[in-house]
Write a protein of this length. Sequence first.
Length: 600
Amino acid sequence: MYNNWLARMKSGYMNLFYGLSFKQRIRISFIILITLAISAAGTTSYLIATKEIQNNAFASSQETVNKTAQIMDDRLRNVEASIRSLMLSDAYKEMSLDVQRNDITNYYQNLTALQPAFSQVQSYDPLIHSILIVTPIGEFYPTTENRIQEFSFYETELFDRMKDSNNGFWIRGHTDQFFSGTQRVLSFVVHGVRGGGGDYTIGPTNIYVVVNIKERELVRLINQNSPKKDRNYFFINSLGEEVIQTAWSIENNLHEDPQFLSKLTEEIQGDFFHPFHNDNYLVNYSRLDTEDDWLLIGTLSKDQLLQQVNGIQRTTLYIIIGFVLTSWLISNRLTAVLLRPLFKLRGLMRKVEDNQLSVRYESKYQDEVAHVGFQFNRMLDEINRLIEDVRYNEQGKREAEMKALTSQMEPHFLYNTLNTIYCKSVLGENDDVNEMILALSQMFQLGLSGGRDMISLEDELSHVKQYCAIQQKCYEDLFEYHINVEAKHLLACYVPKIIIQPLVENSILHGFKDRTSIGEIWIRVEEANHKLHLIIEDNGSGMDIDQVRLGMRHVGDSNKGYALRNIMNRLQLFYRDEATMELFNNDTMGSRIEIWIPMN
């Protein structure tokens, strides 16, 4: 029955999949692949980063505990060194000699003499709370402390341990038994030195020195070494007994947790994870050199330790979710791009159905769709060959029309120029005539241009300059012209020859025909939207734009719009719809003609 249910489910999913369009199937496949790829890459990166960061965090945590243990060692050694310096003082020397002689007569003098030494030691090391020197002739201690007389050193476990010890030892935290105040202290107990005349002997003696240090100062010393105050410390010995009490140890009673104590090894240092309060903690421990039975233990929440790792985890998850959502949003666009060649081929086939036999499939790819498209092209080769023949014939016709239109312009401006020279000749201005004939010769050289229909913009502007020079001789003080080219590289662009001069001629003959003062002609060349932008502007009488446009569209006896119509036709033959020409009247006076042609 279970197998039948699986078979029905599979059949249902397959029918749903087959019912999807090709575009939808690609889209779903794309999303699945992107999701798997991003998830795999993100998970791999996360695992690599977390492993490295975790190792660094563990090493850093152990280093912090080791440094704290080292600080503790240094402070405890300082206490031991302070007591030994006390034993080298003259006051202690006199007291030890009296002890050897069992002379109690100088007890109070020795007690008074030792007070400066006690003060010096306590000032040197603020950890020291109190000092007690026990001898057969009496006890010596700072008189500022209140000695509890009912507790004798010889009746405590300290004395019992000292009988079997040749060296000093430390006692874990306890309430001070010898001085009032009930303050918790750690005690260092050591045999006092003995001897005289500079000959001191260290070893078992009947002099005992007890130094009590402040437990709360040790707790403060431990906690201040934690960089972010985020680490919890406690001190225990090999039996699991607390050496000092901290807030963390009091709260958690870890010294009474057998599972926790079993993880501590005999190694100098180590680490392990242990659960506290439903949270996992990294535990680092380090043994002290001064008392190798003591372990300094630091605990740090695993979540806090790996906070950076958790941040990477969240960031990785957000990135994966973001990319999946992005892939879902853009998958429709991407599938459309992937299927565009197929849709393009389908559109071409529909055009063929409408008898548009000139279409061809073009593709940079060599995939299956491209091969089908190339087969489609070969199917239309015979028909397209006829179309190419027709296009070739049309091209010849277009070139003939261009030459015919150009030849129409050349007699036109030549006729006007010869009229101007004739006028000068009649007036007897032979110098001007000579200059005009020379300018006309140069114009012919530029205009003929070796039979070429296209010349550089620089030659075209030179042609205009020669023409304006001739016209200024004929119409003195009638006009001035200005040519401004936006960039030098535009002068190398090719344009149809004799395309600007007729427009300048219109400004002179039509725009300034009723002027008595100097007219202005501006010729500007710019680059706009990757096209060559020609602007010919004057401050003449303007034009009837509607009438001129009508003359440009209809060929008749009227000369209105003849030059503009000729230029427009040549632009169409050269550039098709890529070239445009616009006519404007300025707001104040004059007209402006703008031409846009492709840069070549």
